[in-house]
Design a protein around this ligand. Structure first.
Ligand code: BTN
Length: 143
């Protein structure tokens, strides 16, 4: 019993250190990106499904910017630093955006590295070539 004590102590320290090294990163919460856009992600369920809302800071539309809904998946639902994807249906114009990315723990900050496509509606198939834009956004959690 006495001999087992140092072993148990070492095991406890090893598990503790491992626990600290686990990089969880959760999508739920409020985020701001490098353009100044704000995003809220509600609860991620056990299948990884989530919904949320997005207020973009920039737009190509002449209409007034309005908060818009988003729907997405986290994958896998329960692993650290997960990948994810979501779609935003813009409420004030007939475009649609898809984002794909990964949540990272960087130091003690969570950061979302994403890439997006923005699809505009065009009148005919001849204009399809110019209908999709592509870019990157980085998001940080709002404290
Ligand atoms: C539009 O102008 O058609 C709708 C708004 C698009 C906003 C884009 S989506 C990708 C990029 N990231 C943002 O936070 N906003 C822009």
């Amino acid at each position: 019993m006495v001999q087992a004590t140092p072993f148990l102590l070492l095991l406890f320290l090893a598990l503790g250190a491992h626990g600290l090294a686990v990089k969880k990163c959760s999508l739920t919460g409020q985020w701001k990106n490098d353009l100044g856009s704000n995003m809220t992600i509600y609860e991620v369920n056990e299948d990884g499904d989530f919904s949320g809302k997005y207020l973009t800071a920039v737009s190509d539309s002449s209409s007034e910017i309005r908060e818009s809904p988003l729907l997405g998946f986290q994958h896998p639902p329960d692993e650290s630093q997960p990948t994810f994807g979501f779609t935003i249906r813009w409420n004030f114009t007939n475009t649609i955006s898809v984002f794909t990315g990964q949540c990272f723990e960087e130091g003690n900050r969570e950061v979302l590295k994403t890439m997006w496509l923005l699809r505009s509606r065009v009148e005919n198939i001849k204009n399809d070539w110019k209908a999709t834009r592509v870019g990157y956004n980085t998001f940080w959690r709002l404290e």
